[in-house]
Each structure stands twice: as C-alpha cells, then as structure tokens.
Design a protein around this ligand. Structure first.
Ligand code: OGA
Ligand code: NI
Length: 346
C-alpha cells in the first residue's frame, strides 16, 4: 500500500487495488457530488447538422443559437466526422492508457508550457484536492508543428489522432460559422476573431473509483477556450448545470458529439451566449474515456465583444484582453465554479 501513494499517475495507483479513495482526493462535505440529486426530466438539445448543407440552414442556425443562449451546450449528429475516425480515436485513446506504466510515463510532465504532456488531476502544483483523472494533453494545430512530439506508442497513435484532429477542426469551423450567423454577424466573424487559432485536445482517462460519492473526475468548471467538441465513450459521467440550477447528465448517445460554448464566445457575443458550468462524476465499475477538442484563439488574439453586438442598448460588458493572458489566469487559479471573466468586466 505504501508504494501506491508514490505513483505519478492515478491509473497506476488504482491498478494497485485501492479499496478507498486516498485522502487527497476527498472533497469537503459541502463540495461533493450529490449523486442522487440529478435532474432526470431535462435533456440537452440534439441538433442534426445535416441541415446545415441544404435549404434548412437557417433553421439549424436558429436551433444552434437557441441552444447557445439557453444552455451553452448541445449535442450534434450527422456532424461529418466519419464513424471509423471516431472509433479509431477512442480505441487508440484506450490502448494508450492501457500501456505499461513505464511506456506512458515517457510522455509525463508537470510543466504546463509543454505542448504534449501526460499528467493527472488538473494542476498538481497548485490544487488542494485532486481529481480522479489522468490526461494526455496535445496541441493539434497546425498538425505538422506538433504531431512529431506525440506518443509513438501505440504505433498508429499519430496517424489516427491526426486524422481525428483534422476532422474536428473542420467541424469546429462549421460550428463557428453557424454561431456567427446566429448572432447576426458575418459567417467568418468568429474564425477571424480567433486570430491564427489554436486547437488543443485532452484525452481524459477516468479509472473506476471505489467511492465515487467522495470525489470528482473533474469538479464544476467552465471551459476557457472558444468552443469545445467532446467525444465520449459509452460511459456516463458528464453533467451540465442548466438554467433551473440543477445538474443534468449528458449521457452518451451513439454517433453524437457534445458541443459547448467556452468563455471566449461568451465575451465575443457580449454575454448573449453563456459558457456554462459542467463537471464529471466517476463510478465504481467502469473506466471512462473522453476526448475534448478545445478550439481556441491564438495566444496573441485580442478578444473583445463584437462591435456589431455591443451597441448603445447593450454596452460592452468586457474590456479587451489577449487569450494568452486569460489562459494563464485560468491555469494558475485552478478549476472553480466562479468565472475567471469577472476580472475583465468593464
Ligand atoms: C474538460 C471536460 C468533460 C468530460 O475536459 O474540460 O469538461 O466528459 N471534460 O470528460
Ligand atoms: Ni470542460
């Protein structure tokens, strides 16, 4: 047992048969997931993107706008990422986390400036309570700048993940177009506002947890980026805080992806669209894998409310700032339910 606590990764701690959650993962009583108190009568909109390519476009754009305004979250089907690409991504993610410890540790780093790194929880240097998660974080755009740093085991990793990334970027750009249109802006407004753009990916691995009522896979947080495309395997865990103040499970639906608005679209839309709290709960039987793609501005992009939206009636809520500044604040502060955006309010 003594050796278990010296493990760098949760995966290896769990595989040494912990029967109880180690103390550093236990949340204070006031901050535990109330697993039974989850809204079961509400769901997050499921939008068919097929219509974006035909005469139904304006209807689909309206649906997307409504979902962004109401929940900040929606699911999409017919999203254009081929099934074999999605299945390959999930397969290689699982195979990576099932590699022997010594092989995985080749990617391990606690240095957040590393563009490829395997780590655990969220920010091990600053957080007080750990989260029940290991993650591999990759920069993905431009692909040729980063893919050579990615793990070379499993042998197909770079090829399979690269293919998924290219497809995820196409989808992100289509969604940004629709989101721009839904706000009455030029189709390319959001894409341009993100500057040279960045695309990051996390491959999240949540091992089974002996006492899921004591901890989180990820505590409640809002994503700092522009838009997130989440691929999840067949295991539930994601929950979203909806307008009535209740947590709703976003259970996996085959062949769908989950989309959410991040803090940067909230600013660009001058609060018309909201970046919404979400969290991950764990369970005592199944491991869970999720693959969020974080589409984001480049670090030097100047982010501010779109002038066409912020008018006399709706004065701008935020001052302008660079995404690089924002992200640094987010990372240092850690995952919290209060928004980092307050500092940038006018
Ligand atoms: C995240 C996140 C959700 C999930 O990584 O920011 O919210 O289901 N993940 O893993
Ligand atoms: Ni998130």
């Amino acid at each position: 047992m003594a050796t278990a606590y010296t493990k760098l990764l949760l995966t290896d701690l769990v595989s040494s048969h912990v029967k109880q959650v180690p103390h550093n993962y236990i949340r204070p009583l006031s901050d535990r997931p109330d697993l039974l108190n989850v809204e079961s009568n509400a769901t997050i909109a499921l939008i068919d993107l097929q219509g974006l390519t035909c005469e139904d476009r304006s209807q689909v754009v309206r649906e997307i706008g409504l979902a962004c305004r109401n929940d900040g979250f929606f699911q999409v089907k017919n999203h254009g990422i081929p099934k074999d690409v999605v299945d390959g991504m999930l397969r290689v993610a699982k195979d990576f986390f099932h590699l022997p410890e010594s092989e995985r540790l080749k990617s391990y780093s606690q240095d957040p400036t590393r563009t490829t790194r395997l780590s655990t929880s969220f920010n091990v240097k600053t957080e007080k309570v750990s989260s029940w998660r290991d993650y591999l974080r990759l920069h993905c755009y431009p692909l040729e700048d980063f893919a050579h740093e990615w793990p070379s085991n499993p042998p197909c990793f770079r090829q399979v993940v690269g293919e998924y990334c290219k497809n995820a970027r196409e989808l992100a750009l289509r969604l940004l177009e629709a989101i721009s249109e839904s706000l009455g802006l030029e189709s390319d407004y959001m894409e341009k506002a993100l500057g040279k753009q960045g695309q990051h990916m996390a491959i999240n691995y949540y091992p089974p947890c002996p006492q899921p009522e004591l901890t989180y896979g990820l505590p409640g947080h809002k994503d700092p980026n522009a838009i997130t495309i989440l691929l999840q395997d067949g295991v539930s865990g994601l929950q979203v805080l909806i307008r009535n103040g209740k947590w709703v499970a976003v259970n996996p639906v085959p062949d769908t992806l989950v989309i959410n608005i991040g803090d940067m679209i909230q600013v660009l839309s001058n609060d018309r669209y909201k970046s919404v709290l979400h969290r991950v709960i764990v369970n005592d039987t199944s491991e869970r894998i999720s693959v969020p793609t974080f589409y984001c501005p480049s670090p030097d992009a100047l982010i501010k409310p779109a002038e066409a939206i912020a008018d006399e009636e709706h004065p701008p809520i935020y001052r302008s700032f660079t995404y690089g500044d924002y992200y640094e604040k987010f990372w240092k502060r850690g995952l919290q339910s209060a928004s980092c955006l307050d500092v940038f309010k006018l």
